[in-house]
Each structure stands twice: as structure tokens, then as C-alpha cells.
Design a binder for this molecule. Structure first.
Ligand SMILES: CC(C)(COP(=O)(O)OP(=O)(O)OC[C@H]1O[C@@H](n2cnc3c(N)ncnc32)[C@H](O)[C@@H]1OP(=O)(O)O)[C@@H](O)C(=O)NCCC(=O)NCCS
Length: 183
């Protein structure tokens, strides 16, 4: 079982008793996807996807719970997935389902831990992320931890009734290694 320890959060596998709470976040489009496409699976499909994600590089299922250490409480989830059928990189994603946990740096710390883990545990050379051009919380988080905006995909994502442009972010293994130690 992989557990990633940061100063204020711990990333660890979700346990089945936590699936209903996380699934409830997935049923609230304004919690998980104010800037994203929204769709839900059934609870059975969701549970199966979480359980089998470790064997599926392209799985979009949550791979780690974000647990606040001070409250021993799960406040969000993160995932990663092989994003392209040919190009060899891994994209990360992240949601703080508990709105009270936002804007305290937990998202930033979680994505740092996840990116550290991907470079340490896999041979990937580039870790990426995409976000709606209007998702300031997401792109500021990425920029603060060293991801670089590489470009913009125009009209790449349909949500809330129209097409949206999407920022492409990435960091290479050497860039990540060259950054100052994080604490
Ligand atoms: C994106 C998300 C995970 C950010 O997590 P977070 O813990 O709130 O972010 P942090 O506290 O680490 O803040 C990161 C930066 O974003 C800024 N920020 C956070 N929320 C913001 C908002 N609503 N509007 C503008 N900036 C915001 C913070 O101020 C901080 O920048 P600063 O240090 O320059 O002030 C969280 O907002 C979330 O779950 N959003 C819904 C799901 C989502 O959009 N996920 C990403 C999909 S690409």
C-alpha cells in the first residue's frame, strides 16, 4: 500500500467505507467540476473503477484520498492517468471535495506529493495537467509548484453549455529535480 506523507496531508488509498462520501462529491457538479465536464457512473461502476485503478494506466478513477493530518479527515482525492494513446506522459488531476478545505494549500501540497511519487516510482519523463483557462485555482496551484504553461488548446472542452479553451501544463523530470527541496 503506497502512502505519501506531506507536512499537512497524507495521500493514501481510499478504503471502501469512504467510497459513498467520495461518490457523493462526484454527484455534485459544482463540487467536482465548476470548470469541467460532468458525468457520473453508478456507485457500482465507481467502486469497481477505484478498486481496479492500480492495474489501469488510463483509469480516471481516484487513486489516493487526501487526508488532512490535523483532523484525520478525507477532504479530497487525486488521480493520474496516461493521457494520450501514443505520447508517453502522465496527467494528474485533483479535487478538494470539502469546500472548507480549499484555499489552505492542501491542493498544492497534494499535487506536489503526487508528482514526487510519479517521478520516483515510474519512468515517466513528463508529468502534465490540463485545466480550463478560467480555472484560476487550478492553474495557480500548478504554477506555484513548478509546472509550466506550455500552450492552449482552443475549444477542447464542452461544459456548462459551451466550448472552452484549455491550458496545457507540464513539468519534466529534470525541471522537477532541479527545484528546491519542498517541505
Ligand atoms: C483546484 C483546487 C484543487 C485547488 O486546491 P486549493 O487547496 O484550494 O488550492 P491552494 O490553496 O493550494 O491554492 C493554490 C493557489 O490558487 C489560488 N486559489 C485557490 N482557490 C482560488 C479561487 N477560487 N480563485 C482564484 N484563485 C484561487 C490560491 O490563492 C493559491 O494561489 P496564491 O498562493 O497565489 O494565493 C480546488 O480549488 C478544487 O478542488 N477545485 C474544484 C475541482 C477542480 O477544479 N480541480 C482541478 C481540475 S483541472
Amino acid at each position: 500500500m503506497t502512502v505519501l506523507e506531506g507536512p499537512r496531508v497524507r495521500l493514501r488509498p481510499l478504503v471502501p467505507t469512504e467510497y459513498p462520501a467520495v461518490f457523493a462529491w462526484y454527484n455534485d457538479p459544482e463540487t467536482v467540476a465548476p470548470f469541467d465536464r460532468f458525468s457520473v457512473d453508478t456507485f457500482d461502476e465507481f467502486s469497481q473503477a477505484v478498486g481496479s485503478a492500480s492495474e489501469e494506466p488510463t483509469s480516471l478513477a481516484p487513486r489516493f484520498a487526501i487526508e488532512r493530518k490535523d483532523e484525520a479527515k478525507v477532504v479530497g482525492v487525486v488521480g493520474h492517468y496516461r493521457a494520450h494513446p501514443i505520447l508517453e506522459y502522465t496527467d494528474v488531476w485533483y479535487v478538494l471535495g470539502d469546500p472548507a478545505a480549499r484555499r489552505h494549500g492542501f491542493g498544492r501540497e497534494s499535487v506536489q506529493l503526487l508528482t514526487d511519487h510519479l517521478f520516483a516510482a515510474t519512468a515517466v519523463e513528463r508529468v502534465g495537467a490540463t485545466c480550463d483557462v478560467d480555472n484560476a485555482a487550478s492553474y495557480r496551484l500548478l504554477e506555484e509548484i513548478g509546472f509550466r504553461r506550455e500552450g492552449t488548446l482552443r475549444s477542447a472542452l464542452f461544459h456548462h453549455g459551451r466550448w472552452h479553451d484549455v491550458c496545457v501544463y507540464g513539468v519534466t523530470r529534470s525541471e522537477w529535480a532541479a527545484k528546491a527541496p519542498r517541505g
